[in-house]
Design a protein around this ligand. Structure first.
Ligand code: AMP
Ligand code: MG
Length: 409
């Protein structure tokens, strides 16, 4: 490998390079209907051209009236339901039957709940006086015209989409989602469901990567396993590099006789870095191939999990201009942890919230990067800082959740 290629770089440097490359390749903006925009990243600020509520209206089913009439019986002069405005104007001593969300008649300043009214023919007697402003939702008390209600870089979730809908938006400008091609590599791999010959193992990373991507709303396209054959690898990857935004591989990035990817990427594309001082995941390879970003994750399953969460996901986030970084949570260790090596480590652990509302993380001692069971029994990566060290039970640690927190744990 060319000596100019950054190698064995600190993890923080790798993250910086990923961020800089992604910022330089922001995905194009397109408009998407709200019904198809869940999880997409907003590309421009949304400035309201409407007030919310758009008019003074009732927060209750009952009777719109003038509070200055006191507790006296009122004459029922009409009905205003949610829908077209009847344009009522209330004179003193009058009231109008009203439903939630209906326009408040001019002159009315309060709504008497149905439950607090005695109705006889066309007379309504309050059982308690209505105070001024009671059960009235004022025009623009939620959003005023000209308010910036969502900022560029926001991930659109259900409540944000509904806010945009309430403001009359049919579609929103979003950054196009990167398309992702997934490759697993290795002569030893068989698809689950097929018989295994001696020395073979099942390809577990394929579904791991697919699931990690699908969970983020991507639609990954996965190839059949690539053999450890430089020509087969080159053919498939070069093809994908012209049709996808990201080519994501696993395996074949280390220094073994069958690890062809670093030399291939150097020859056919560009290497941004190879090998990061992290564990697991050290041999990770990042660069560019054809029209695509190229991220070569190591083969060990737990390395795939750690490098996906800490490098691939931030790459995809930043390509879409996502503003909120996914910062680690802070949780207290329930047991002592130590490490003797210098690299940043992502240990697996179970993150839970105790009855006092405190986040606790229980590290799993099975730290090998092939220990899939430990990963499956855990729900978070515990970050052990660079340098050898010991962390006593009770220490506050950074943790990156990768599965739902289960309060019952
Ligand atoms: P490699 O980086 O290709 O040398 O792979 C490192 C380790 O991960 C080896 O033990 C491989 O057998 C294993 N491995 C590579 N790819 C996969 C995969 N797709 N599924 C499960 N294990 C894999
Ligand atoms: Mg391999």
């Amino acid at each position: 490998m060319n000596p100019d290629v950054p190698t064995r770089i600190p993890f923080a440097r790798a993250q910086e390079i990923v961020a800089a490359v992604a910022q330089a390749h922001a995905m194009p903006v397109e408009r998407r209907p709200l019904s198809r925009a869940l999880g997409w990243v907003l590309a421009e600020d949304l400035v309201s051209t409407l007030a919310l509520p758009g008019f003074d209206n009732s927060a209750m089913d009952g009777f719109a009236l003038r509070s200055d009439d006191g507790a006296t019986p009122r004459r029922l002069v009409g009905e205003q339901f949610a829908g077209p405005s009847q344009a009522f104007t209330l004179a003193p001593g009058e009231c109008v039957r009203i439903t939630t969300g209906a326009v408040l008649p001019t002159g009315a300043d309060a709504v008497l709940m149905k439950e607090n009214a005695l109705v006889e023919a066309d007379t309504v007697t309050p059982t308690q006086a209505a105070k001024a402003g009671q059960h009235v939702r004022r025009k623009a008390e939620d959003v005023a015209v000209g308010d910036t209600v969502l900022v560029a870089g926001t991930v659109l979730d259900a409540s944000k989409l509904s806010l945009a809908a309430a403001l009359g938006q049919h579609d929103l400008p979003v950054r196009r989602r990167p398309t992702v091609a997934v490759f697993t590599t290795g002569d030893e791999l068989r698809a689950p469901g097929q018989p295994l010959a001696p020395g073979e193992i099942y390809d577990s990373n394929r579904v791991l990567l697919q699931a990690l991507l699908i969970a983020e709303g991507y639609e990954p396209v996965a190839w059949p396993v690539l053999p450890d054959d430089p020509e087969a690898i080159a053919g498939a990857l070069k093809d994908a590099a012209f049709s996808f935004d990201l080519v994501l591989t696993c395996g074949g990035v280390s220094v073994g006789e069958k690890d062809f990817l670093p030399a291939f990427l150097e020859r056919e594309g560009q290497v941004h870095f190879w090998k990061v001082l992290m564990r697991p995941g050290m041999p990770v390879l990042f660069g560019r191939l054809g029209e695509a970003h190229f991220l070569g994750l190591p083969g060990n399953p737990v390395s795939v999990l750690a490098t996906f969460l800490t490098l691939a996901r931030p790459l995809l986030d930043t390509l879409q201009g996502r503003a909120q970084p996914r910062r680690p949570l802070r949780a207290r260790l329930t047991a002592d942890v130590s490490k003797s090596h210098d690299r940043l480590e992502f240990l697996r652990g179970v993150l839970a919230c105790d009855a006092q509302g405190q986040l606790l993380v229980t590290p799993n001692p099975a730290d090998g990067s092939h220990r899939l069971l430990a990963a499956a029994q855990s729900n978070a990566l515990v970050v052990l800082a660079e340098g050898a060290g010991q962390w006593a039970a009770g220490t506050l640690m950074d943790v990156l959740p990768y599965a739902a927190l289960d309060a019952s744990r």
